[in-house]
Design a protein around this ligand. Structure first.
Ligand code: SAH
Length: 401
């Protein structure tokens, strides 16, 4: 629960160094530790405390959470006079909900996308009457009970799952914590998307259990697969492959290195009546693409949607090489006139860099192509305009010659 002094005028004040208020003034919600006056008082503030950010002359700039031990030490929630209380939290969720309802017609979406939705550190995915929460900061951990109670009041879900096993938690010295906060769940739950039914595993699946971000890209690619054979590499629960099969792909090969991911994909194939046109292969993506290419297998559509190759800046060089190699191998398996879909969810890779690597990969195997769609995540994953990193997903659809 929130303590009273977190919401009174005497909450701790954190001073920006002289001249350090430009980015905050432009609406950037993050303040780095070298931008604040990190004196003994600031260092003694318990990680995650709600503080008032103030300019050196004492002018209040906004309330947010503070962790003196992290690089991004302050994350702004709201204006200087706002109380981060139940009413504010509920109103912020209601606003996020209203926005989703305008563009997703079933209750399966990312309800809260952290900073972009005004709730730094919090992810909430909604799979019908199951909510999956992920907190990435000490500040959000301290607010979690209030978040859960507000969501429960707003949506009365049957189950609420906490998936606090994201890698970002380590940067805040937070431990892993995965558990049910409400209700019961047995294994996978159904997800409805693009008129189809998929299986998500909120407790044990990847991330929150389902990747809503590719919803629109899946629909786009599926349409191009009608009447053609398709290869879905890094399939997870079969989002691309099963959507393509349902759209009339003649044959779909679904590839993932994880048996539990393939089980979800099989479940989706059964539920959508396309099992007969799907084959499932547990394999390493690079090895399988190489094998198929060597064997002369060619597909009308190849989708490659790997996990992040560049998890931190130090992996950049190796990760970019990985995207180049993947594009080359993927392109080798595309029949003449076919389609290559390539995605990167590494927030450390910029769109232009990703496109350059894909282009280089095509060049390496002597293929030419036209980009017919360059997209990001679906709109339930809004981007904070001041934080380019929140535009993490890059997706390219290429029509190859
Ligand atoms: N395309 C999916 C999301 C992919 S997530 C969708 O539309 O939902 C990345 C997937 O890659 C995970 O399922 C993971 O098990 C798989 N994976 C990770 N490393 C792999 C590898 N080396 N070879 C094949 N699959 C891999």
């Amino acid at each position: 629960m929130m303590t009273e002094d977190q919401n009174t005028a005497d909450r701790p004040r954190i001073f920006l160094r002289p001249g350090g208020d430009k980015r905050v003034g432009r609406g950037n919600p993050w303040v780095y530790s070298n931008e604040v006056r990190m004196d003994g008082e600031a260092k003694a503030v318990p990680p995650g405390t709600i503080v008032q950010l103030v300019r050196i002359d004492g002018k209040p700039l906004g309330v947010g959470t503070f962790n003196p031990h992290t690089l991004i030490c302050f994350r702004r929630f709201a204006g200087p006079k706002t109380d981060i209380d139940r009413a504010w939290i509920t109103a912020t969720f209601a606003d996020a909900l209203d926005l989703r309802r305008r563009f997703v017609d079933v209750p399966f979406y990312r309800l809260v996308h952290a900073e972009a939705d005004g709730l730094p550190g919090l992810i909430v995915d909604r799979f019908g009457d199951v909510l999956v929460l992920q907190s990435g900061t000490a500040g959000m951990d301290l607010l979690l009970n209030d978040m859960v109670e507000a969501l429960d009041g707003l949506l009365s879900p049957k189950a609420i799952v906490l998936r606090n096993d994201g890698k970002g938690r380590r940067l805040e010295n937070l431990t892993e914590d995965v558990r049910l906060l409400k209700g019961e769940i047995e294994g996978a739950v159904e997800v409805h998307e693009n008129g189809l039914t998929f299986m998500a595993d909120p407790m044990a699946g990847q991330k929150t259990g389902w990747f809503c971000d590719q919803r629109d890209n899946r629909a786009f690619v599926a349409r191009l697969a009608e009447g053609r054979c398709m290869l879905d590499v890094y399939s997870y629960g079969g989002g691309f492959g099963i959507t393509a099969a349902a759209a009339g792909a003649t044959e779909v090969r679904v590839v993932d290195s994880s048996e539990s991911a393939l089980d979800l994909a099989r479940g989706a194939a059964e539920r959508n009546g396309v099992v007969g046109r799907c084959t499932f292969a547990k394999a390493n993506a690079f090895a399988e693409l190489e094998r198929l290419a060597e064997a002369g297998r060619r597909y009308g559509v190849v989708a490659c949607d790997p996990p992040a190759f560049v998890k931190s800046k130090k992996d950049l060089k190796a990760g970019l090489k990985g995207y180049r190699k993947l594009a080359a191998l993927g392109a080798r398996c595309v029949e003449p006139g076919g389609i290559l879909f390539m995605a990167s969810c590494s927030h450390n890779v910029e769109p232009a860099q990703f496109q350059a690597e894909v282009a280089a990969g095509l060049g390496r195997v002597g293929r030419r192509g036209r980009i017919i769609r360059a997209a990001g995540a679906a709109p339930d994953h809004p981007v904070h305009p001041q934080l380019p990193e929140t535009a993490y997903l890059k997706a390219l659809v290429l029509a190859l010659d």
